[in-house]
Design a protein around this ligand. Structure first.
Ligand code: ATP
Ligand code: MG
Length: 345
């Protein structure tokens, strides 16, 4: 490649969430809450309900439609303003799927085979998994690159996929001798970048986990939230005074991190407040805090879901705005790789 200085891309934030079930506390703290922060900092923010990603495992069509609208309500209730951020569902903007195909031809089999998310989700049944589940990271790279996004706020579990996105951009730029796709920065920040299951401190909390007891859903009411924290797995020791005291105590660490992220304080500050106290004191305090923070979101989601026509209108507007950004980038991509477009098409 030439010695010309690398192109500087303007800062643009993109991220997505799958409508693969209801939103969890993990999605809220690891993603949604931080999406609103990025929007409020005044950066251009593009947020996508990635329905094509959800399809990589079986989705009942009626449930998928419902989950897509409910997720849109979750975005808005968490502070995403459809006038300031671009909010839409992926399948309404065809650039994602087309660019994903081009990236399927850039990414290597060996790169995708290393992805731990595929191994976790396919488990022992890799031969029966969909081709889409295997190729998921190419579509994710396309989601981001279709907008020339430079910053992607995500939870810790998506770090490996973002590294793959960088590898795809680097290989594309290299193979075609261009400086066309930016090399994205993962933005993985805060006390709760990896919220763990309430049943198993070694597994991340997921909306697709078969056990509802493993997670707090944004649609859970106060009683359900309190009951789930009360039953959350912990050890018999009181909370330590210092962070080092959490070593080897995954479940305790998880609850401390959740408290810190909900209250916008550091885990050390949580321990300064609760060190020496048992879970009999800490769990109810955590439940009260979670209810105080989540119930306004929960109520707003329920209110928004009463008018699905309005949600569909918001998603349609967002899709028009997303399409206007992505289409010229896709057009240039087609030109770079040698795909002919007849005039006016
Ligand atoms: P699924 O189980 O269907 O994969 P999920 O709960 O993992 O669902 P995704 O839609 O895959 O949710 O991810 C949406 C965003 O939420 C991503 O940025 C991801 O990193 C973040 N996220 C998911 N789970 C957690 C978690 N337990 N802690 C922090 N962030 C999370
Ligand atoms: Mg996931």
């Amino acid at each position: 490649m030439s010695d010309a200085p690398a192109k500087v891309f303007p800062k643009r934030v993109f991220s997505g969430i799958q409508p693969s079930g209801g939103l969890t506390l993990g999605n809220y703290l690891g993603a949604l809450k931080r999406f609103a922060v990025a929007q409020n900092e005044g950066t251009q923010t593009i947020y996508c309900i990635v329905d094509l990603h959800a399809m990589t495992v079986w989705q009942d069509p009626e449930k998928l439609r419902h989950a897509t609208r409910e997720l849109a309500a979750g975005f808005i209730a968490s502070g995403i303003d459809p006038a300031r951020s671009v909010l839409f569902n992926q399948s309404q903007v065809p650039a994602h799927a087309e660019l994903a195909w081009i990236f399927n031809c850039v990414a290597r089999m060996g790169w995708l085979r290393r992805m731990t998310q595929f191994k976790d989700k396919a488990g022992k049944h890799a031969e029966e998994a969909s081709v889409g589940l295997f190729a998921y990271p190419s579509l994710m790279a396309a989601d981001i690159m279709a907008y020339h996004a430079t910053h992607v706020p995500v939870g810790e579990d998506q770090k490996q996929h973002l590294e793959l996105t960088r590898d795809i951009a680097i290989k594309f730029n290299h193979d075609y001798g261009v400086d066309f796709f930016p090399i994205v920065e993962p933005v993985i920040e805060g006390a709760a970048t990896r919220v763990m299951s309430l049943r198993d401190g070694t597994k991340k909390m997921s909306k697709s986990d078969p056990s509802d007891q493993s997670r707090i859903n944004l649609t859970d009411d106060a009683d359900a939230i309190a009951a789930k924290f009360r039953k959350a797995r912990t050890d018999p020791e009181p909370l330590p005074e210092t962070l080092e005291g959490l070593d080897g105590r995954a479940e305790a660490r998880n609850l401390v991190n959740i408290y810190a992220a909900l209250d916008d304080i550091s885990p050390a500050q949580v321990l300064a407040q609760f060190g020496g106290q048992g879970f009999g004191v800490f769990k109810p305090a955590l439940a009260d805090l979670a209810v105080a923070k989540l119930s306004p979101i929960n109520a707003e989601m329920a209110r928004l879901m009463q008018d699905v026509a309005e949600i569909d209108r918001i998603l349609g507007n967002g899709a028009d705005r997303a399409h206007a950004i992505a289409e010229p980038i896709l057009d240039q991509t087609r030109e770079i790789v040698g795909l002919i477009r007849s005039r006016g098409r």
